[in-house]
Write a protein that binds this ligand. Structure first.
Ligand code: SF4
Ligand code: SF4
Length: 91
């Protein structure tokens, strides 16, 4: 398990991940105003960055190479939930 970027565009530069990570995985790019997953190999999958990410820009994956698959699954689940909620809201 490791942390991965779900969507870089969603990073709002709040620095929460940099602050909360006990393993010092993140660095902050002051020019881009976004965090950088600098040392993913140190991640212990504690989930602190994930739950504290204000932009919902991070995800936890099975391994670093599972990023695309997990992101797709997460996005699909979110879209399905939104669709289901929209149906409920219309009733
Ligand atoms: S899951 Fe925990 S150890 Fe891994 S990057 Fe996030 S805060 Fe750091
Ligand atoms: S916690 Fe999320 S939104 Fe904030 S800097 Fe980290 S990745 Fe970006």
């Amino acid at each position: 398990m490791s942390v991965a970027r779900f969507d870089l565009n969603k990073c709002i530069g709040c620095k929460s991940c940099v602050t909360v990570c006990p393993m010092d995985v993140f660095r902050f790019d002051e020019n881009a105003k976004k965090s950088v997953i600098a040392y993913p190999e140190n991640c212990q999958s504690c989930g602190q960055c994930y739950v504290n990410c204000l932009g919902r820009a991070l995800t936890i994956v099975n391994d670093m190479y599972g990023y695309a698959q997990t992101s797709y699954r997460a996005a699909t689940t979110v879209n399905m939930n939104r669709t289901a909620q929209a149906v409920i809201d219309r009733k």
